[in-house]
Ligand binder design. Sequence first.
Ligand SMILES: O=C(O)CCC(=O)C(=O)O
Length: 278
Amino acid sequence: MTSAVYPNDFAELKQHYHQNGFCILRSFFSKDDMPQLLYDILNAEPSEGQGGLSKGAMQFRSNLFYKSKNIQKFITQQKLVSLVQHIIGHDFWIRWDQAVGKGPYAPVFPWHQDNGYNELSCEHFQCWIAVTKSTSENGTIVISPKSHLNGRLPHTFDGRHTCYKGEVNHSTMIEAEPGDVLLFSSLMLHKTLPNISQSDVRWAYVLEFMSLNDYDPSVPKPYFVISKDGKPYGAFINQHPAKNMLIDIAFHLRKLMGPLRAAFKRLKELFHLHPIAS
Ligand SMILES: O=C(O)CCC(=O)C(=O)O
């Protein structure tokens, strides 16, 4: 089933987004522009290698905007800025981008919130662009409307993936044509289906926008600003206006806690396996 929402105006779009956690804009980009976008995606040099989340025929190409002028131009175009500012506000930057290709036999990408991956407490705004046709057979996206209202949910690690293993009350599969856009909250539960087609490769390009009032300590400088005062900005800055030393310290402590916890767990296991004789 495909859920379609065609907001008549931006106020309606904003209301729908906040109530349901998403909105869909059909044919937001021209279908004819998508082959060029795919070309730019495939020719951009990822800043984080080929993407640690790649698995089988599912490939991630991340942080493309850092080095590709064509991608920078695409993500700062007026049309996109005008749309997104109605949801986020006039000033926003991009914390992450990733293109995800799913070839035949690509596995499911399990239920998660994007905050489950980055463990941020603030919500950010995901712009999922169907670069190619996205169908139930070739691994399209499935969302759980209104799940963003539950806040950040507990996630567990599954290899390099982070998954939500709890119950998902209802879900909506979004099939899309090239150029369609799904805007959704980073707190929205979503997953992608396995690609069960024989030869179809599905590509989506995901932009993760964040208000300039919010800061992500995991993102190193420089920061690429998309919109300032509601106008396309398209330049890197070295000083993030919301940078906060306390957030930085908390982030680094939390990063340390992971390996420490694992070491304690290992010690506990060893202790139980080899109890000290009294
Ligand atoms: O493969 C996709 O279309 C989206 C992948 C995804 O779930 C994500 O970027 O968070």
